[in-house]
Design a protein around this ligand. Structure first.
Ligand code: SF4
Length: 70
């Protein structure tokens, strides 16, 4: 049994263009706010990893990072 590393969703708001793709794919985890940028609504959870990865890969600006915490 290996300890699960903590993972964290990070959005670079310098890169985010507010296209809404991440929210469209994973509305539980991402939301667009009035500043026109995506924000993390709910942090990373293993049970939603596929949809979170999809949102990350689908970001046209590469603004979403899934960071493993040490
Ligand atoms: Fe921003 Fe990327 Fe989400 Fe589009 S998909 S709103 S660019 S973080």
């Amino acid at each position: 049994y290996e300890m699960q590393r903590m993972k964290k969703i990070i959005i670079d708001d310098e890169l985010c263009i507010g296209c809404g793709a991440c929210e469209g794919l994973a509305p539980d985890h991402f939301e667009l706010k009035e500043d026109g940028k995506a924000h993390v609504k709910k942090q990373y959870s293993e049970e939603d990893k596929d949809i979170i990865e999809e949102a990350k890969d689908g970001c046209p600006e590469g603004a979403i990072e899934i960071k493993e915490e040490k």
